[in-house]
Design a protein around this ligand. Sequence first.
Ligand SMILES: *Cc1c(COP(=O)(O)O)cnc(C)c1O
Length: 399
Amino acid sequence: MKSLNQEIDKRRRAVMTPNYLPQPIEIQRGEGRHVWDADGKIYLDLMGGIATAVLGHCHPKVMAAADQQLHTLWHASNLYTTGPQVALAEKLAQFSFADQFFFCNSGAEANEAALKLARRFARDRGEDRFEFVAFDGAFHGRTLFTLSATGTPAYWKGFEPLVPGFHHVPYGDLTATAKALSSQTAAIIVEPVKGENGVRPAPPGFLAGLRELADQNGCLLIMDEVQTGMGRTGPLFAHQASGIEPDIMTLAKALANGLPMGAMGARESVAASLTPGTHGSTFGGNPIAAAAACAVLDELTEGGVLEEAAEIGRYLSDGLQAIAERLGPEKVVEARGSGHLQALELKGKAGPVIDRCREHGVLVISAGENVLRLAPPLTLTQEEAQKGLSVIEKAVSES
Ligand SMILES: *Cc1c(COP(=O)(O)O)cnc(C)c1O
């Protein structure tokens, strides 16, 4: 029998730019924590649409909210006021330090807005602050400004010259951060957990230390919560576990459960620099995506999802820890992560393990060459978690 997965892969190669190397299956349908490929095979989805499907695929309440909006108004632009994005900003403001929000369509765009705002905020005060301190291995996006903030030189290759003014220092190193700050620093930009770069949580006290350094220096602190936001690591926003508040926060991946939507939130005093005409986005705050995001926030904050997820997060974490211990240093370097963002750092490459898991019906992804990353929906059940863990253990031990 001819595989439909293989057929579409052939068509893809002919007409799509070769910047992606997708796994050799076509995902056709999703429901809850499962997806189906073109040949009808079912998979337990432990990567959740690359950390977007926080409530699982085709969540009934999110679908209903989007569907209602789909039959009401698709787009009007920001030349007019539309209800869903105002409602979403109100909800986000209620649950975060931020007073005001700018909406866009992706994580890179949210970070782009944050970086632009930080420069503008300084200039408004008559200060020549245009530089940024960012971290080695950090991932902030693929637009040129956010690529310049990204701390992985391999991603820069061939795209230079980068946007000037970025200093990268080791993640977790407050002394190096202090040294890189100057009277020209507009902001420090940091992920509370480095997502793409191996799922590496901020060491204890690091985020609080950055808050202190930013205050001493007089620059802003930007928290990139694009991957960690919306309950991914436990609290609604990961930095809330650190006891500090940034000046600007960015969101995207899980914000609308898989519909494209990004957001940048800031205190009113900082947001004030985005005066009329200074920034914008045609699709930003699109009513369908905003309506879906409202439903996501309601479900996370009032639907009890965060509370129930905490237990499964611990179960996953304990399970990976146990796998690391059983398989030992020959196979596993370390298990780490929090909530529903977990990783297993392997001795060998993650690729073959990912392939094996997929063959056994479980989807996981990498976060760097040797790191297996899990970013499942927060609605994952214990039974599903248990199944996923046993497949992962088998796959790691076999490769
Ligand atoms: C995914 C990601 C981005 C980029 O988001 P896009 O929607 O791909 O532009 C930025 N920052 C972090 C921390 C991310 O995980």
